[in-house]
Design a protein around this ligand. Structure first.
Ligand code: AP5
Ligand code: MG
Length: 236
């Protein structure tokens, strides 16, 4: 990566710590995977971490299984603890994209406090903007790989071979919480508990909005274009 001297709103972070904020189906996971592939940022997806715990039937997984199935939020203390454990791993030092975290004000404050303690900061919160109609359509056609969590869509982003993961060949599955009644609840929960974070980050001059209704490649190109202002300091 080239040395870039620009910074975002004069915040100079050692490495990019980007928050992806947006409703279910807005493409957070899809674009976080791209940032991982293109820039080696760690994709810290709380949804994927919870699903992994559920699959492995860990104590946390057993505790949160019904919560995810209903589309409710996992309590803040459990979520924050899981994120902090993941953040403590050394691979996060070169940057993280938080995919689906924070989702409440308390989670946002906990993250900022922890990054402060480590001498790091949130670089930007990117808000994915899209209409409810488009979300519902996307989630109705989503498929995912249960092994590596890569995401596909029967209409907009099909796998190369029908029903098989491009990366590992595993059979693709639907997500339990993509049933229409659960999607409705996830949207309601998002509006009530997570959407207020847009103002929280706007007030701190950290918010960037992206039109998430565009094609996957267009959004990827836009994020790639913005990356230099997020990585100031990394290569100096
Ligand atoms: P989580 O897994 O984070 O679900 P979510 O936020 O509801 O978001 P999704 O994963 O459904 O959507 P996405 O924005 O990642 O879209 P995607 O890229 O897949 O959380 C699940 C649950 O875990 C929560 O309900 C909660 O219970 C719990 N949880 C998680 N985090 C928590 C937290 N912090 N606190 C408390 N509880 C928490 O794309 C969707 C589809 O569209 C795909 O098929 C994709 O291929 C396609 N697509 C993507 N981009 C485009 C595009 N530009 N054009 C056309 N199609 C596209
Ligand atoms: Mg996701």
């Amino acid at each position: 990566m080239a040395t870039i001297k620009r910074s975002l709103n004069n915040r100079t972070c050692e490495a990019p710590y980007l928050i992806f904020l947006g409703p279910p189906g807005s493409g957070k996971g899809t674009q976080a995977e791209k940032l991982h592939q293109n820039f080696r940022l760690v994709q810290l997806s709380t949804g994927n971490l919870f699903r992994e715990h559920i699959k492995n039937e860990t104590p946390l997984g057993l505790r949160v299984k019904d919560i995810l199935a209903k589309g409710e939020l996992v309590p803040d203390d459990l979520t924050v603890e899981m994120v902090m454990e993941r953040l403590a791993r050394p691979d996060t030092i070169m940057g993280v994209v938080f995919d689906g975290f924070p989702r409440t004000r308390d989670q946002a404050v906990a993250l900022q406090n922890r990054l402060d303690e480590k001498g790091k900061c949130v670089t930007a919160a990117i808000s994915f903007q899209i209409s409810d109609e488009e979300l519902v359509e996307r989630l109705g056609a989503r498929q995912m790989c249960p092994k590596d969590h890569s995401t596909y869509n029967l209409k907009s982003n099909p796998p190369r071979e029908e029903g098989k993961c491009d990366l590992c060949g595993s059979p693709l599955i639907g997500r339990d919480d993509d049933k229409p009644e659960v999607v409705r609840n996830r949207l309601r929960v998002y509006r009530q508990q997570t959407e207020p974070l847009i103002e929280f980050y706007r007030e701190q001059d950290m918010l960037i909005e992206i039109d998430a209704s565009r094609a996957i490649e267009e959004i990827e190109a836009q994020l790639d274009e913005w990356m230099p202002m997020f990585i100031q300091g990394v290569n100096e």
